[in-house]
Design a protein around this ligand. Structure first.
Ligand code: GTP
Ligand code: MG
Length: 142
């Protein structure tokens, strides 16, 4: 299985997605530091939001096969700059989380992903399990 690093703002749903992909029971746990496991590297949202912490993301991206940009379907703004995918020397995928949320605006999140430069986008709900299989299949591909 390829190793995926998750990046995205605070409460984007990275840790919940990590738990769902691993088949664990979902429970809220604020990410305080980089959580490095065998297949997923989960990062604190502050590393994406705070400029001087972003260097840690660049370093840990080298440890991964795929970089996952995580945007929740109800986020009111995007923290990723346009065309940021070209700064990464790894494959980059977009993951729109929380598609089950009542205030989800999937077309808007999709536009932000396109603006980032993500060509492959996954649509998931860690709560209902929708879209998880597609990510797992993708990570298992050669
Ligand atoms: N409805 C719904 N809520 C979700 C989903 N994924 C996450 N949440 C909720 O969103 C909140 C934040 O989720 P986290 O997974 O902790 O977010 P995070 O990106 O890891 O946040 P940081 O660790 O602060 O960077 C929690 O209350 C989750 O229960 C989802 O797919 N659907
Ligand atoms: Mg987290």
């Amino acid at each position: 299985m390829k190793k995926l690093i998750l990046m995205g703002r605070v409460a984007a749903g990275k840790t919940t997605l990590t738990q769902a992909l691993k088949g664990e029971q979902l429970h809220y746990c604020k990410t305080q530091y980089i959580n490095y496991t065998d297949t997923i590297i989960d990062t604190p949202g502050e590393y994406t939001e705070v400029n001087h912490l972003g260097a840690a993301l660049a370093l840990y991206a080298y440890e991964a096969d795929i970089v996952g940009i995580v945007i929740s379907a109800n986020e009111p703004f995007c923290v990723f700059p346009p065309n940021c995918t070209c700064l990464v020397n790894r494959e980059v995928i977009g993951i729109i989380t929380g598609i089950d949320k009542p205030d989800a605006n999937i077309p808007l999140a999709e536009r932000w992903m396109n603006n980032c430069g993500c060509e492959k986008i996954f649509y998931v709900s860690s709560y209902t399990g929708e879209g998880l299989e597609e990510i797992i299949d993708y990570l298992n591909r050669d």
